[in-house]
Design a protein around this ligand. Sequence first.
Ligand code: GLA
Length: 396
Amino acid sequence: MVNNERVLNAFHAHYSHMDGVRLFRAPGRVNLIGEHTDYNDGFVLPVAIDLDTLVAIRPRNDSIISVYSVNRSERGEFDLEQPKEIERGNWVNYIEGTARRILKKGHSLVGADIALESDVPTGAGLSSSASLEIAVGIALLTISGEQVDRKELARAAQEGEHEYTGALIGIMDQLSSALGDENSALLIDCRSLDINYIWIDVTKHALMICNTGVKHDLATSAYNDRRRECAEATSIIGHYYPNVISLRDVTETQLMHVRDKMSPMLFRRARHVVTENHRTLAAAEALRNRNFDRLSELMYASHESLKLDYEVSAPELDLLVDTALTIPGVYGTRMTGGGFGGCTVSFVVRDRLLDFTERMKSIYKRETGRNLEIYQPEIVRGAEEVAERFMPVANE
Ligand code: GLA
């Protein structure tokens, strides 16, 4: 768990006094369904979860942003007024990318001293990067006296990540972290950025996340490959159907008509996106009606499509999904996030949770030799200030 006191102590240790320090948080997310649809202008259905990045921040008199990370025991800095050449692989890039894009959108930012800590696991598909970007972004905007438009902030963070890390991600993670709400899924239209909040009845079913602890190396390059493949498929389909701007606009009938105009691989990529958009809208409806049987079918179909058509699953994820399906009381289970490792998400009937946890852990250990981490997250609000002008005296 991230801990206010630890972050404040770290701030104190690195930047001496505590006057004027403020605290902000932003959550990670888990996506219920709608995978690899966001960068195709489609629909997604994530929830914000109670794993956070916590930021202690104070303005400076110059244009330097200095950041101390409790997780890494490391400090990094950059100058808002003097961009340098981008050095790939540096963790500060997520912060610098966001800050520079905020500036580019016409806001002014002051320099700041920052200490931060996150309990969103990295490489697990739970949006540790977005939670970092949004937590720092909202903190910087607020202390600079700028208005916070959360959609604009999400866009700045996404664009910054493109430029500074080379990962050509969609908008889902940043929007979830900035705009999540308690016990609600966000049905996001990634074209208009309209959000419909769908209340989730968690009285009988709990949301469970199982972390394979595995992240395959090719994840970023394979992600960018999928984006490119989708663009290729779109341009072929657009040649026959000029109203098609992205895969969001393609119907299943249209796709079948042009099937022989593209490689079988491109066809499967497009089929995943077209069918996943339908499943996501249907799943939102099922959640609204508390129809967990239907939700369960859709989540499993999503997993199969990600595994066979989109080819972004991993043996460890398939093992977890196949195992969960044999356990009574599991309603819905699938890989979540970008894939190639990371986590699965499942709904499990509450009085079966113990059985679920024990069986998942023991089978995963037996088959892979690895320990399975399982989280039972709360569904929480998006980014916010934790306390106005927090001034602890205990450690001074
Ligand atoms: C990653 C990206 C998102 C989205 C998912 C796949 O989490 O950051 O934008 O594309 O993968 O659905």
